[in-house]
Structure formats: C-alpha cells, structure tokens
Design a protein. Sequence first.
Length: 577
Amino acid sequence: MTKTLKGIAASDGIAVAPAYLLVEPDLSFAKKTVDSVEDEVARYKKAIADSTAEVEKIRDTAKKSLGEEEAQVFEAHLMILNDPEFTGAIENEIKSQKINAEAALDETAQKFISIFESMTDNPYMQERAADVRDVSKRIMAHLLGKELPNPASIDHEVVVVAHDLTPSDTAQLNKKYVKGFVTDIGGRTAHSAIMARSLELPAVVGTDSITKDVENGQMLIVDGLDGDVIIEPTETQIAEYKQKGEDFLKQKAEWRKLKDQPSVTADGKKFTIAANIGTPNDMPGVHENGAEAIGLYRTEFLYMDSSDFPTEDDQFEAYKKVIEGMNGKQVIIRTMDIGGDKHLDYWDLPEEMNPFLGVRAIRLSLKNEEIFRTQLRALLRASAYGKLGIMFPMIGTLDELRKAKAILNEEKDKLVKKGVKIGDDLQVGMMIEVPAAAVLADQFAKEVDFFSIGTNDLIQYTMAADRGNDNVSYLYQPYNPSVLRLIKHTIDGAHENGIWCGMCGEAAGDNIMFPILLSMGLDEYSMSATSILRIRSLMKKLNTEDLKELANKACYVSETAEENEKLVEDLMKKLIK
Ligand code: PEP
Ligand code: MG
C-alpha cells in the first residue's frame, strides 16, 4: 500500500529506487547449557564457515565498487575468522563449560576485545578490538539466524534507509549505487545531511518512522526538494516524480551557465561565493560549481577517514593539494572539530552527558596540545603554496582565542627558525558559532583577520535546540530575529574593526536568508558547492538598493521567524519578476 512520510528536506533532488535497510538486528541471546557439545560445536563451525563465505563475498564486491583500500578491513576480518587462537578459544569454551555457542562467543570476544583495548602503547593492536567486535557480531548473527546489513556489498541501485547515519557511514556509501537516503532522525544541518549535499545525494531526514514503515526491497521515492518520502508509489507517482527530478536537473543545467561568471548583484556589487569541503576529493565539485574560494575545509574528516591520527606529512599533503588546487584563491582551513556528532574510532574519549556542550573542537585541541600542534605545523607548511586562512572552531572566550593563537605563533616561530617557508598571505580567523563570541564580536575582531559565522551551531546554541534532533526542529530557526541580531552584530563588529566577515553555516546558501545577509553587508558566502550557482543566480537578480531596509526590519521590527520568512518572500515577489 502506498504511504507518504513527511521529513526534513536535507539534500536536493529526486531518487526512485528500492529500499536498502541499514538497520542492525537485535542480537541478544540467553546463556544456556547444552546437551550435546558435539552438535553445538558443529553449529558453531557452520556459523564460522557461513561468516567466512559472506565476508569473502563482501570483500570482493567492495574491491570492485569501493577500491582495494576500502576492502582492506574485510581482509582483517577474514584473518580473525581464520585465527585458531580466536576460533579455538570459543570452541574450547563450548566444550569446557558445556554452554551454547552464543555465550561462548560473547565471553571469548569480550576477553579479546579488552586485551586489545588495553594495549595503549600499540595503536595498531588497539584497533584490532573494533575488528573483533565486528567479526563477533557477524558470527552471532549467523548463530541467531539473523542478517546484518552489508553496505559495502551493495551492487544495485538503492535508497539507503537508516535510523541515523553517522558521517563515516555516509562516507562509505557508494554513489554509483546509492541514489539517496532517508533516516528516522536528524536535521538539515546534521553532518550526514551536509555530506549528502556534497555528494549530491537526494536525502530526507527526520521522518521518525521510515525504518519501521519500509521493508528491504520496497520501492521508494525520495523527494529531497520538499522532504517527502513515498513508500510503494503508484506508476503515476513514479512518472510524476521522475519528471520533477528531470525539471530539477534542467534548472541545475541553467545555473551551470553561471559557473565562470563573477558573483555580482544587479547593481554591480561584488561579493565572494565560496565552497565548504570535507576532503580534497571534493575539489572537482568546487570547480564544477565555480567557487571563488574555499570558505571552510572541515579537517576533521581527514581524521575520521583514517584508522589512526593522520601524520603531519599526511595532513600537509592534503592541505597543500587543496591550496594548490585553488590557484591562488583563498582557502580557509578550520582546525579539527571533533566532538558533538563527530567521533574518531581510534580516540577513546570520555562519554559526555551533552557532547555538543562538552569538550568539542578548540576545547579538545587545547586539551590535547600535541595533536593540535601537529595540525598547525602541517597547516603552516602548506601556507607557502597559496593563500591560506587558518580558522579556529567553537571559540567562546578571548582566552581560548589567545591560547590557540599563542600556540600557532610558537609553532610558526619554530618553523621559521628552521628555515621553513610560511605563506606571506597567511590569515588567522575564527568561527563565530558560540553566542558568547557573537556578543563580543567587536572585541574578538581586534585580534583576528576574519570571522566566519557558523550558523549551524550558532542557531542551535542560541535557540537551545539540538541541530540533529527533529523533535525540536521547530525551534531551529535561522530567521528568528534573535539569531539575525547576533549575525548583524557580528558583521558590524567585524566591519567597524576593519576585518572581513563570512558565513560558512548552511544559512549562507539559503534562499530566504541570502537577501537578509546581503542587506547586512556580509562579505563572503560559503556553502555546499552544489548551492553556489543557485545563490549566484539569485544574487544577479538583486539590487542592494532595494534591500537597504531589509536587515533592520528583519532584526528589529519582525517579532518571529515566520514574519521574516514572509517579509523576504513578499519582497522577492516584488523584486524578481
Ligand atoms: C557551523 O556550525 O555552522 C559550521 C559551519 O560548522 P559545523 O557544521 O562543522 O559544525
Ligand atoms: Mg560548527
């Protein structure tokens, strides 16, 4: 039966394909004694053989679709499945305790995991704990007759359905086959949604119940433009949405014509439209969409994509590649923003009650100076290859900013003494994403070269509404006058003190927000690369004279976000014929 779910439109476009559920089955079991140890050992051996065959198949598909490197992890899993020390220990446990294979597997795996995890002086061995955990899960699923999702083995077009997707899940999706995704939870500015936009994957998040409403293989329409998901659509709906998808692609082709044109308003005022990236692999999208700069390089993805801390040289190479790739145009690289919804498997940090309010971003860097210094050295060395801006995330106090700058200057002095060349154009800036920093923008502006407003966080912290929680998404209001006043105050604070101000939060690429920001005189607009040409097209239609009153009205006359939305919509109807 056809059913429509409403969610949050997270990434533009239309996808029509069968559902692929990325949902872990319940693997709980009861410990039991067994009558026949032989039968239990045989049952266990069958689970090992089935798991091995399954992993071999996944490895082969992953090699073809994702590449040798991505398939490596499955080689490691096969080694564990073939390791008599591990498999023999489980067998012995069944025999000696006369217990069921599930209990023997669980007990043995826990032992191995804690041994590996305790090897704190050997990060390679520590990582093996994750492999043992994965392999044990697979054997357990076979023992219980359940099926684990295997995203790396997807070999046909699908829409991925999940309760939530972590940024690393999203990174592993193979774009050749994954045509879109839908989740139960999440918001438009959660990092998985941001990644979907950079991958140009249509996505709808926050549907509440998709994982319960859809079964593997059922047909789905994902409307990432309006936030609708249709389960088992009719033929007419499929045709209708395919048409909507084609219209969208045609519109995109129109925007493409603006790729090499400057970002100017109808009255000839020039602004910068920049791209946000997560890895050097995003560079083709940056060029295809005619970005005039990189306004935000989220370096944490470099840490998240590797199995251990990237070395100074690894980082240097990645930063250099991006800086050189921009041929002298500005590149703003943000120091790592780990914490909140971004974790590293190899960095065991204490659990926190409120991770978004905890040790995140610059707070984590200042607590772990060596890791921070390594990143700063890599950035400083890379600065010689173009026009770099180093940016600190989540600055809340002047003390944090001064500490971060002092460490940067120490590393810079050390490199200069060694004769290492540092770029002449190097700028140092900070994100304005903590309300405390926005309020004191005038004071912060005296100590940096630029600001970049991170609305994704600024909104969540101003409205006290988790950016990834769809239950409070009604409070996540970019157009709320309180948020707009903080933005205006930040831009004014920057300009009064002679520095430039950009925005790298998703609001910079929002059709309603954009005219307000233009009216406030924001200098640089940094967004998912796929939003650039839409915004450039809008900019060309607007005359700054017509927007003169807009900022003040939006900040000081309007009382609600809805009023502001209507204010801009009405004005746009009048100005754009
Ligand atoms: C922001 O908070 O607006 C931002 C750009 O940073 P991130 O989305 O990575 O938190
Ligand atoms: Mg942020």
